[in-house]
Design a binder for this molecule. Structure first.
Ligand SMILES: NC(=O)c1ccc[n+]([C@@H]2O[C@H](COP(=O)([O-])OP(=O)(O)OC[C@H]3O[C@@H](n4cnc5c(N)ncnc54)[C@H](O)[C@@H]3O)[C@@H](O)[C@H]2O)c1
Length: 258
């Protein structure tokens, strides 16, 4: 294969959850630009349809569907929409998450319903979406699943958000072990500080915490969502055939797991 062929996704069908969000929209466009047909799925129905419409207007094959990743019947309907529209599923990007609207509690005094709300979207959601796509991926001889982690998952002070992402790191390795024999590779991307509306909403531009984190990041301090595209395409394409069960940090060296 030539280097271009290694990253070519022509004919593939991808689902991007959180497709109305800052990173989801960028992921969906990158997958379209490398040849995929894309289902953007989000609990925000109107914005996700607008995002898909923008891709369609640019000549790409994209649809927007409503999904609540915490509800099994909803994730099953999302997968059925992809099969109906494009004939099957090859790629799932588990990108939806609660990151901005987090409960203002510590873990030791977290109300159980708030715990369930965050863990439902950030941890159970990727599991339900995976369960929904595995039959189609298996029928097509394999697939790729990419989970959206965060540098916050590898910090001791990440709170419930960090715990949910560390749990997803564990789920990534377990699903990779279980699904590898079916030809389905499961990996994850753990971004660092993202320059986007939601990135700034979760950690304001001028906050002392952001300044402190930037001091300990040895390489590039922050970047726009587009800085994640290279890793995404690696994990979704033939270039990443041999990569399975890995959580890749894309954060300038903020997190280094030895
Ligand atoms: N932005 C950052 O700084 C940053 C840094 C590290 C990791 N991440 C991770 O990247 C991913 C994307 O983040 P983003 O910056 O685009 O955030 P975002 O808030 O812009 O997008 C998240 C999307 O998930 C959707 N969502 C929430 N609950 C849902 C549900 N129940 N069902 C379906 N969709 C639901 C939201 O509607 C939203 O559109 C997340 O997994 C986040 O944890 C973001």
């Amino acid at each position: 294969m030539t280097p271009n062929e290694l990253f070519d996704l022509t004919g593939k069908v991808a689902i991007v959850t959180g497709g109305a969000g800052d990173i989801g929209r960028v992921y969906a466009r990158a997958l379209c630009e490398t040849g995929s047909q894309v289902v953007l799925a989000d609990v925000k129905e109107e914005p996700v349809k607008v995002a898909a419409g923008e891709l369609e207007a640019d000549g790409f094959a994209a649809i927007g569907v409503a999904v609540d990743v915490t509800r099994q019947e909803s994730t099953q309907a999302m997968a059925a929409s992809a099969v109906d529209a494009f004939g099957g599923i090859d790629i799932l990007i588990n990108n939806a998450a609660i990151m901005v609207d987090l409960p203002p509690f510590g873990l030791s005094n977290m109300p159980v319903d708030e715990w369930d709300r965050v863990m439902g979207v950030n941890f159970k959601g990727p599991l339900l979406c995976t369960q929904a796509v595995v039959p189609s991926m298996t029928a097509r001889g394999g697939g790729r699943i990419v989970n959206g982690l965060s540098a916050g998952g590898f910090m001791k002070m990440g709170g419930i958000y960090g715990v949910s992402k560390l749990a997803l790191h564990g789920l990534t390795a377990n699903l990779a072990s279980e699904l590898g024999p079916l030809g389905i590779n499961v990996n994850a991307i753990a971004p660092g500080l993202i320059d986007s509306d939601s990135g700034y909403a979760s950690l304001p531009k001028d906050s002392p915490m952001r300044a402190g984190l930037e001091m300990i990041i040895p390489g590039k301090k922050s970047g726009p969502p587009g800085n994640l595209i290279g890793t995404l395409l690696l994990l979704c394409s033939a270039a990443g055939d041999w990569i399975n069960g890995q959580s890749i940090s894309v954060d300038g060296g903020w997190i280094m797991r030895l």
